[in-house]
Design a protein around this ligand. Structure first.
Ligand SMILES: [Zn+2]
Length: 423
């Protein structure tokens, strides 16, 4: 479940004029061939963004669930069917509802991931490095990693950043949709009520360098354009975009321009494509904007009614409502998602693109055919159909992310090496 989409929709609503949607077709059913399946199953598949921890913590969801009616994108069963080898679980703290306790909620979400791994030691293990991911893969277990989504989690405290690293967090998104006290976000960059910094503050640059020194990947998804350029100019290690798509194809401020894609390539990093229909399909995005006002009003009324009755806001119910609103819009074809992978592979190079699904964070709004992690082989089929080689497909499915992760560790080792004077 998630309230993330609500925030996105409210923003879109306040910033953009409604436009009528065009007709969209979901396209034909995708059949995965034996050849595609063989390539897919020979790959180490790494996804860098799933919001499942909110389900663990607030919903009591067990990742071992085999409930056929479960609407979630991730379970151990679904991961197995999709040959998902490693998942970076998103540690996302809603900045609105967690005022004054960002760190506490961050710790609770981190704990929820460990608890799931402890419950299923035969099929899942915590992983903190590329070597751990390889080991989990050999043991046929899902490697569980963690990334913090939103720099507000560190509460402007570098000590907390280091504590999160020690607990296993291996990337941090510099901002979520909210500008924090040291990094501007694309989510509110046009909101005049928000105090902006023209990118990263001096402290924000220190955070980036400390992440480099620790070996925590710098994630530039969600950030404002200027924050991106400041991060690229500051970092000593390759960056990732854990879940971002291409702005040349869909004009969402969360998506990356071609100049940014080229800059990530030059930096040696990787852009992990977000599956959310509103980021990969222009028709869907326009339809979403057209209904945004009504959707926001309906959800606002629901939360106001609950508050008036003195009841807590029921996130499960909000997620149900968001799913209903998203389901009003025709699902885009899988082609829309593949177009983004293809575009980034062409602009940045095939060594700089991967998968960052945003599973369990988009209220079911994924392209047709992608209903959960079990459907990942369809992406391999679609890439094969476009002429990608098996080697290139394996890079996209996870090889590129593994390379960047290892390079980030290499930079960490260099930065932590004792200087000649102290040897
Ligand atoms: Zn996100």
């Amino acid at each position: 479940m998630t309230t993330k989409l609500l925030f996105t929709v409210v923003l879109v609503c306040s910033l953009a004029a409604a436009q009528a949607p065009e007709k969209s077709s979901a396209g034909p059913e995708i059949v995965v061939s034996a050849k595609a399946l063989q390539i897919h199953n020979s790959a180490l598949v790494v996804d860098t963004h799933a919001d499942t921890p909110q389900r663990f913590l607030d919903d009591g969801f067990d990742i071992g669930s085999t409930d056929p009616n479960d609407k979630g994108d991730i379970s151990l069963d679904k991961a197995k069917r999709g040959n998902l080898g490693a998942e970076f679980f998103s540690i996302w703290v809603d900045p609105e509802t967690n005022q004054g306790r960002f760190a506490k909620h961050t710790f609770d979400l981190i704990d929820s991931v460990y608890e799931q791994a402890a419950r299923h030691p035969d099929r899942m293990m915590m992983a903190f490095s590329p070597n751990d991911i390889d080991r989990a893969h050999k043991e046929h277990k899902l490697a569980a990693l963690m990334g913090i989504e939103g720099g507000h989690s560190i509460e402007n405290d570098i000590h907390l950043l280091r504590d999160y690293y020690r607990l296993g967090v291996r990337y941090m998104t510099l901002s979520w949709s909210n500008t924090n006290e040291w990094a501007d976000s694309s989510g509110d960059i046009d909101d005049l009520k928000v105090l902006h910094h023209n990118g990263l503050t001096d402290f924000g640059k220190q955070v980036v360098l400390e992440m480099n020194r620790l070996g925590m990947m710098v994630d530039i998804s969600h950030v404002a354009d200027k924050t991106f350029w400041d991060a690229i100019a500051t970092t000593k290690a390759p960056v990732i975009a854990s879940h971002s798509s291409a702005r040349a194809l869909v004009d969402a401020p969360r998506n990356m321009t071609d100049d940014m894609l080229k800059a990530v390539a030059k930096n040696g990093g990787v852009v992990q494509v977000n599956f959310f229909s509103g980021f990969v399909d222009e028709n869907f995005r326009r339809a979403m904007m057209a209904q945004a006002k009504d959707q926001a009003a309906a959800i606002q009324k629901y939360t106001d009614d609950l508050k008036a009755q003195g009841k807590p806001v029921d996130y499960v119910e909000i997620d149900r409502m968001e799913r209903e609103w998203m389901a009003k819009i025709p699902r885009p074809p899988l082609k829309s998602l593949i177009d983004h992978i293809d575009h980034i592979a062409k602009v940045a190079g095939v060594d700089h693109v991967g998968l960052g699904s945003d599973f369990d964070g988009v209220s079911g709004a994924t392209p047709a055919g992608i209903d959960s992690a079990a459907d990942l082989p369809k992406i391999t089929q679609a890439l094969l159909d476009r002429g990608y080689t098996a080697d290139d497909i394996r890079k996209i499915l996870g090889g590129n992310l593994m390379r960047v992760f290892r390079e980030v560790e290499g930079v960490r080792n260099e930065m932590q090496a004792p200087s000649p004077a102290t040897k």
